[in-house]
Design a protein. Structure first.
Length: 381
């Protein structure tokens, strides 16, 4: 019987907002205690750290919703079972490159490796290489989320590795030359949508065909389905592993308030899962299992033994095999967007109050946004 590498994976790890209160009170021990065995059972556990670990010497832009966690969480994450974290996402640069460097050092000191960022494009493209179960494993991290500030690495600028399909394929082929397995961590898709777009599925096939063995997706904050292809496995979204309550009011350059946001997780955000994968040295995913978990209102993550959760997870994958998938995913996407909008209104922001803030420039932005959303839902971008 071939040796198997056991990988555990989760989605977005967000430690902002009320997680700071827990850290200041030194009351973090029980946050992940009940689900740590799910991660420790693997030879490596991977997640996406959404936001730097820093006290924020550099201020976050006041017009942007920013995330960051207390530096103490580096040790907390190691004790929770994590061995590697992708930093390739749209929030890791919220407090500047210095905060990213601080995060990398904090994680390293705690025994957690990181990848997906670099002091320039070349450094960001360099994979994290680990020797696990007698196999050489390369980890690559990418982000495919538009950001209104310079977060992506260039030849001369530090930052996050952008999900350029041509470069991704080059990176996979290069990593495959001296690695048994290639694992991709990919921040992509649309928030709160229950299924991936046709564009995502097309890109996933390209990456698997290039030699990737496992694609771990995140950013939508909810779970999406799985597909096996050419011996590899694609997890389109592993949802969220930690989430909290947070209030934010954006201000313009003259200090005027222009936007309010309440980051309050609904039940969809709380119903999450841990993925465990068995993969052999020839790159074949021989088994995978999703174990349901639940993020309680007190932020503790616990196993979720409810029988309906298993059926819920099965349905999320079965829809990918249905005919007219593009039409189904588009209609579900629009439905999810409307639900999210209604919940935002019900949260206490009246429509008339939002309307009073509309300016002529917003119509151009809205038109562009609607066009872009429609193209992505149809898989054209």
């Amino acid at each position: 019987m071939q040796e198997q590498l056991r990988i555990a994976a989760v989605g977005d790890v967000m430690l902002s907002g009320s997680y700071w209160d827990q850290a200041r009170k030194n009351d973090t021990e029980n946050l992940f205690k009940e689900v740590t065995p799910l991660l420790e059972d693997a030879q490596v556990a991977v997640g996406n750290l959404e936001g730097p670990l820093t006290e924020g010497a550099v201020s976050c832009p006041p017009w942007r919703f920013c995330l960051h966690g207390h530096p103490a969480y580096a040790q907390v994450l190691r004790k929770a079972g994590f061995g590697a974290l992708s930093l390739a996402n749209n929030h890791i640069m919220d407090y500047g490159w210095e905060a990213v460097e601080e995060t990398i050092q904090l994680l390293s000191n705690a025994g957690v490796r990181s990848f997906g960022v670099g002091e320039n494009l070349s450094a960001a493209r360099a994979p994290l290489r680990l020797s696990l179960a007698g196999m050489n494993v390369a980890f690559l991290g990418y982000s495919d989320v538009p950001v209104d500030m310079p977060v992506y690495a260039t030849k001369t600028r530090p930052g996050v590795l952008a999900a350029n399909p041509e470069l991704m394929i080059e990176d996979i082929c290069s990593a495959k030359q001296d690695s048994d397995l290639v694992v991709i961590s990919l921040h992509w898709g649309h928030e709160m949508l229950p299924c991936p777009t046709s564009r995502q599925r097309k890109l996933a096939r390209q990456l698997i065909s290039a030699g990737a063995n496992l694609i771990l997706g995140h950013h939508p904050h909810v779970l999406q389905g799985f597909e096996q292809m050419n011996g590899g496995l694609v997890a389109y979204s592993l949802g969220t592993y930690s989430v909290c309550e947070e209030e934010w009011i954006g201000t313009s350059s003259n200090g005027a308030s222009f936007r309010e946001m309440h980051m309050g997780p609904n039940d969809g955000w709380r119903r999450q899962a841990v993925l465990r994968v068995g993969i052999t040295a020839d790159g074949t995913v021989v088994n995978h299992q999703l174990t349901p978990i639940y993020i309680r209102p007190d932020m503790r993550v616990v196993p979720d033994p409810r029988p309906e959760r298993i059926e819920e997870l099965r349905r999320s994958s079965s829809i990918l095999q249905k005919p007219f998938y593009s039409l189904r995913s588009g209609s579900q996407g629009l439905s999810a967007r409307m639900t999210d909008w209604v919940e935002h209104v019900e949260a206490g922001v009246p429509v008339w109050k939002m309307a009073l803030r509309v300016r002529p420039r917003h119509f151009k932005w809205i038109t562009h946004r609607i066009s872009r959303e429609w193209q992505q839902l149809r898989g054209l971008r």
